[in-house]
Design a protein around this ligand. Structure first.
Ligand SMILES: [Zn+2]
Length: 210
């Protein structure tokens, strides 16, 4: 038995009724509870993988024990994920857990924006906060101000979680005419295709990005 399988067995069997892994896995389901720890500092209580930022809670339906695990373990071991009382297929379960991760990322962005709007009296920032809450993305100009001010105030945030909209012609034009140093501030928030677009416009990637 691999040390990985042994770890999983040692962690789950004492909390389950079933005596084998497949039997035990049948008893566990996702409870809908999640935690964003803010930093990748946590461990999966099932496989002991480290550096997790997000914890998903699972519960044994018979013993009522709970474990905090990574979403990967829920999918890998086929633990039950429900939606409106219906057990989801693996593909549907993956979509649901991905959506919950996106939601935690959105909430962490809004939390950082709220801290920022309180730290600095600035109409642009309070507008950016209400804009992000309703649209769930920023324009390139808003994104620059937000990420720049978050950095200046040393407010804990993950720049790559912010979403930027470049679909509108006006936003594309704003990016095209943006100073390179400003483009580099919003770079972590750009998706791969948005970075390609920026480079086609003549911008270059920041030197430190691999
Ligand atoms: Zn795990």
């Amino acid at each position: 038995m691999s040390s990985y399988t042994k770890r999983v067995r040692d962690n789950i069997l004492p909390l389950s009724v079933g005596g084998t892994l497949p039997e035990a896995f049948e008893e566990w389901s996702f409870t809908e509870r999640t935690i964003d720890h803010g930093q990748p500092t946590e461990t999966c209580q099932l496989c002991e993988q480290e550096d997790l930022r997000y914890h998903f809670q699972i519960q044994n339906n018979l013993t009522k024990h709970i474990l905090w695990v990574g979403s990967q373990c829920i999918l890998k071991f086929g633990l039950s994920v429900f939606e409106d009382g219906r057990r989801l297929s693996i593909g549907e379960a993956k979509k649901k857990l991905d959506r919950l991760t996106q939601k935690m990322r959105l909430e962490s962005c809004i939390g950082a924006l709220e801290t920022l709007a309180q730290a600095e009296e600035n109409k642009i920032l309070s507008n950016a906060l209400s804009y992000y809450k309703s649209k769930k993305y920023l324009s390139p100009k808003f994104a620059f101000v937000v990420l720049w001010r978050l950095q200046s105030h040393h407010i804990d945030h993950s720049p790559s979680f912010f979403k930027i909209n470049l679909k509108k012609k006006k936003y594309q034009e704003d990016l095209r005419t943006m100073k390179l140093s400003h483009v580099h501030i919003i770079w972590p928030a750009l998706s791969t295709s948005q970075r390609d677009m920026a480079m086609r416009m003549g911008h270059t990637s920041p030197p430190c990005v691999i």
